[in-house]
Design a protein around this ligand. Structure first.
Ligand code: ASP
Length: 336
């Protein structure tokens, strides 16, 4: 009886928004456009699943004792540290043989955001985004100035060689060979719309914490064999990532040019906010609205304040997973 009265009293005096809620959810992706199923060996699949699981567990641990931003940052750090994904270590190369990293993070409670582009000396670009968000008066910083600011604010720096992997380098060589065959000219030639090799592998996360706050983040090395200086959607707030408590948290992956032009992440949020669409309908419709041009493929992870999750993709697969309150892990690569 005492407990019953206590609960009734608490329900009356504590505003719902301030109450701890029972749904703590973390959703991640490791990029749309998975390795062809026939070429995925059981050993490779095991490695991808293990990396996704580790990211979910580390992110969940941070989420359980901290905020949605902590969950997003820690999950993405694991994926950036893994050479399997196209973010941080393992990032793809541009046609000048350099890696240029881009990332963003957004806090759904305050709508503060931080983003970075064109860097190759910061070990975890997602942490740099958080520093830009929390310690500068800016949202988006690029290149050497961004690196200096982050270094001065305690972000871990590395030699650019840290990001190099044999498999990303081989992908560049393959794309280079293909380009030479097509044009008959030595590359880098500066020709083409950019982006070859079909390897995406960008990473992202969306989280809901115990206070009911959403956050999202995305991190990438861009697209194999693009022009130097090209920036995709991943560091662009509203295109590759978006979060607001009024609607949802979103992280995107795919051919960034389409995601920028169609402001994919914020369009999903707007459909929920202004039209009352469900998370699933908004995410499905926005993805379906992307042009069906070659390379116009990708995927989305989205999460709302009720803990609903949507993960549509129109590529052959998308590395993805979720972890919920009880620590229950689910990961997948292919089937929808
Ligand atoms: N969206 C990223 C970009 O265009 C690539 C990806 O998601 O794989 O840079």
């Amino acid at each position: 009886m005492f407990y019953f009265v206590l609960v009734v009293v608490l329900l009356c005096v504590v505003p719902v928004s301030a109450m701890a809620q029972d749904k703590v959810v973390l959703v991640i992706h490791g990029g749309a456009g998975a390795i062809e199923r026939a070429k995925m060996t059981p050993e490779m699949e095991k490695q991808y699943r293990a990396a996704l699981t580790l990211a979910l567990k580390k992110g969940h641990a941070a989420l359980a004792k901290g905020t949605s931003l902590d969950g997003v940052e820690d999950a993405i750090k694991v994926l950036e540290d893994s050479p399997l994904f196209n973010a941080g270590k393992g990032a793809v190369f541009n046609r000048e043989g350099r890696q240029e990293l881009n990332a963003s993070i957004m806090d759904g409670k305050t709508k503060r955001a931080g983003a970075i582009a064109g860097i190759n000396r910061i070990k975890n670009p997602i942490s740099a985004c958080r520093v830009i968000m929390e310690k500068s008066e800016h949202v988006f910083m690029i290149g050497e100035g961004a690196e200096r600011f982050c270094r001065d604010n305690g972000v871990v720096m590395v030699n650019p060689l840290y990001f190099w992997t044999d498999s990303a380098w081989k992908q560049l060589q393959k794309a280079d060979e293909r380009a030479k065959k097509k044009t008959g000219l030595p590359s880098p030639s500066g020709r083409g719309a950019g982006g070859e090799g079909g390897h995406f592998g960008t990473v992202g996360a969306a989280a809901l914490d115990k206070s009911g706050n959403l956050a999202a983040g995305t991190s990438t090395g861009g697209i194999n064999y693009v022009r130097a200086g090209r920036v995709g959607d991943s560091p662009i707030i509203g295109a590759g990532a978006y979060a607001e408590n009024e609607s949802c948290a979103v992280s995107c992956t795919g051919k960034g040019e389409f995601f920028i032009r169609f402001t994919v992440a914020s369009d999903i949020a707007a459909r929920m906010k202004y039209r009352g669409d469900s998370l699933k309908k908004a995410a499905d419709d926005v993805l379906a609205g992307l042009p069906k041009l070659p390379g116009g493929t990708g995927g989305i992870i989205a999460l709302d304040r009720q803990g609903n999750v949507a993960m549509p993709f129109n590529s052959n697969g998308m590395y993805r997973g979720t972890i919920t309150q009880a620590g229950k892990v689910w990961v997948a690569i292919y089937d929808k």
